[in-house]
Design a protein around this ligand. Sequence first.
Ligand SMILES: Cc1cc2nc3c(=O)[nH]c(=O)nc-3n(C[C@H](O)[C@H](O)[C@H](O)COP(=O)(O)O)c2cc1C
Length: 201
Amino acid sequence: MFYEPKKGVPFKINPFKSLIFPRPIGWISTVNKNEVANLAPYSYFNAVADEPPQIMFCSNGSSLHYKYKDSLSNILTTREFVVNFVTSSTRLQMNDSSKDFKPGEDEFILTKLKKKKSKLVKAPSVQDSPVNLECKLVKTIKLKSKSKKISTMIIGEVIGIFINDKFIKNNRVDSVSMKYIARMGYSEYTTVSSKFNLKRR
Ligand SMILES: Cc1cc2nc3c(=O)[nH]c(=O)nc-3n(C[C@H](O)[C@H](O)[C@H](O)COP(=O)(O)O)c2cc1C
């Protein structure tokens, strides 16, 4: 099969996201101007540079309440955020935190997740995340958009990195033991549960 997306998608459900997987999930925490916390998952997310370390995620479309989703609105106001990671044990809370709550509703409280004070930014970190990346906004980029659906890429510099010591072994990060989950297509997810080594040539 071959198709050109701009001419139509020959499936009942657009399979685009089922073709690019597994996508890591950035569980983004922010605060609004009144310092009320917000938390939401974004799987258009990845690391994009390492000197200095930078990550990106994309906010697609609006919330029911405002032109932008709350995470983007808050970041445009405060210019900072935290990237948290979802594990098997927090997957249901992650899913609940993706509901379209009203701006100013705190998903940490609504999903019964513990907050941890971040070191360098006002946004709280997710206590149960093995890693927290404290970020400062570098820039936003408006992506091409064919409708009113606004897509904005948010690039952040990672200025503080927390790693739970229990995942550090022999001075290396033991990634598989973190049990990160990642997004596939439709409502499918996967858990990172195995690895193999391939030395770079
Ligand atoms: C696993 C998962 C991944 C998601 N990835 C994205 C994404 O990359 N971009 C996006 O705009 N929305 C994504 N969503 C939907 C947002 O989480 C949802 O719109 C949420 O309400 C946004 O919250 P906010 O308004 O507090 O930022 C995702 C949802 C789930 C469950």
